[in-house]
Design a protein around this ligand. Structure first.
Ligand code: ASP
Length: 419
């Protein structure tokens, strides 16, 4: 009886299957798999993107209103930001240590791999990043999917919603809560397409990416990868174990649909619907916490990107034979943090933001051309770490807020079949 057996396979297994088949199909058929892979990948990405804006608005407003008072919100906000900055710095330190120890760029025979013209320089200052958070027109930000201003507006809307008298507040709060529930159901429906979408995404990547660049950039690639593995496999799990007091392995398993989607899409924003759904329904974290920590995290908490910025810039300096002194190394660390905060949760955003770090230490922007060739795979890896860090933050903050249901997911989802 094949059908009931198939129904018993859980979502993560289906996604793994999609990935494995994607790798095989991409290798076996090369670019001739694209007529099948492209529509599947695009369909899934469009469905995810369709969900993001209404999901953020309804979840942030209902989440903030659910916190109940401005003091609670301030406390949660302070904890969240402290977590973001602390873990990003830990990631940066890990990267900095490794790249200085391994020195992948010293004596590397690189030559410009590709004209850097295809990479636009980001023109961002801290002030610019902060200012961009405030929407001149919230509707315009919603229409263009500009996430940070949407969050800013929704948080304020929630804060002032709480202050209405109950007669006025309750209908509106109920409306946003109901709309949020609808969005979560819709998200679950979209997630049912994840295995097929991920098959398409992975097949496309394998079919169109060559392995040639890894010959000259292999050590650099491995240095970033090692850093990401240490951060995601040791540092963050330790924090989860100590501060959230749950098993990081079980938690990672609960979050696996989101982590695998992050890897396949290279986009924290596109992954956000899965991140929230997995945290709430598979890991049992409250809506109050996820709706505050996740959307903000997907946009500004990027540990993987921060680590990568730091390693890449020091690698470029080494390749050019430029010695960075202590002050410059510190400057790299600080600007790498800013670049990771400013990077949008979309593919290759980190590469674009690197110009900030390069400029800060006076390195030529052309340096970006050196690392372009292996960026795609690194983007997949760092995005997974970005999303994992958001997830760990949600668990830690949920525990600090006294939540007791963490890793006691709703039964129906533990058993979950395809959604
Ligand atoms: N792709 C990454 C993300 O969405 C950002 C980056 O390029 O580093 O999280």
């Amino acid at each position: 009886m094949a059908f009931p057996t198939l129904r018993r396979i859980n979502l993560t297994t289906w996604i793994f299957l999609g990935m494995a088949l994607g790798v095989l199909a991409g290798m076996a058929w090369g670019e001739s798999i694209l007529p099948l892979a492209d529509p599947l990948a695009d369909l899934f990405l469009r469905l995810l993107k369709m969900v993001i804006v209404p999901l953020i608005i309804t979840s942030v407003i209902s989440g903030v209103a659910g916190i109940g008072d401005a003091r609670g919100l301030g406390r949660m906000g302070a904890k969240t930001l402290a977590y973001y900055v602390a873990t990003s710095f830990l990631a940066i330190l890990t990267g900095q240590l490794l790249v200085n120890l391994i020195e992948p760029g010293t004596g590397a025979d690189l030559g410009l791999q590709k004209s850097p013209e295809s990479v636009k320089a980001a023109d961002e200052s801290l002030w610019g990043i902060l200012l961009r958070m405030i929407p001149v027109n919230p509707i315009e930000s919603m229409a263009s999917g500009d996430i940070l201003p949407i969050i800013f507006f929704s948080v304020l809307f929630g804060v002032f919603l709480i202050q209405l008298e109950p007669k006025r507040r309750e209908p509106l709060q109920n409306l946003f809560e109901a709309a949020f529930e609808v969005m979560m159901r819709l998200t679950r429906f979209v997630i049912a397409f994840a295995p097929l979408g991920i098959f398409g995404l992975i097949a496309r990547i394998v079919a169109t990416t060559g392995f040639e660049p890894f010959k000259s950039l292999g050590v650099y690639f491995l240095t970033v990868l090692l850093g990401l593995i240490i951060h995601a496999g040791i540092t963050l799990p330790l924090l989860v174990r100590l501060l959230a007091r749950i098993s990081p392995v079980r938690y990672a398993r609960a979050m696996s649909p989101a982590l695998l989607t992050a890897f396949s899409t290279s986009s924290s924003s596109a992954t956000l619907p899965l991140t929230m759904e997995s945290a709430e329904n598979r890991a049992g974290i409250s809506n109050r916490t996820t709706s505050f920590v996740m959307p903000l995290g997907a946009t500004i908490n990027m540990d993987g990107t921060a680590l990568y910025e730091c390693v890449a810039v020091i690698f470029i300096a080494q390749a050019y034979g430029i010695d960075l002194n202590m002050t410059q190394q510190a400057l790299v660390a600080v600007t790498a943090l800013l670049a990771s905060i400013g990077a949008a949760g979309i593919p290759m955003a980190g590469l674009v933001m690197m110009s900030i770090v390069l400029r800060a230490v006076g390195l030529p922007l052309e340096g970006i051309g050196l690392i372009l060739a292996v960026d795609r795979l690194l983007d997949m890896c760092r995005t997974t770490v970005n999303v994992w860090s958001d997830a760990c933050g949600a668990a830690i903050i949920a525990r600090s807020e006294g939540e007791s249901g963490i890793m006691q997911p709703r039964e129906e989802f533990l058993e979950s079949k395809t959604a």
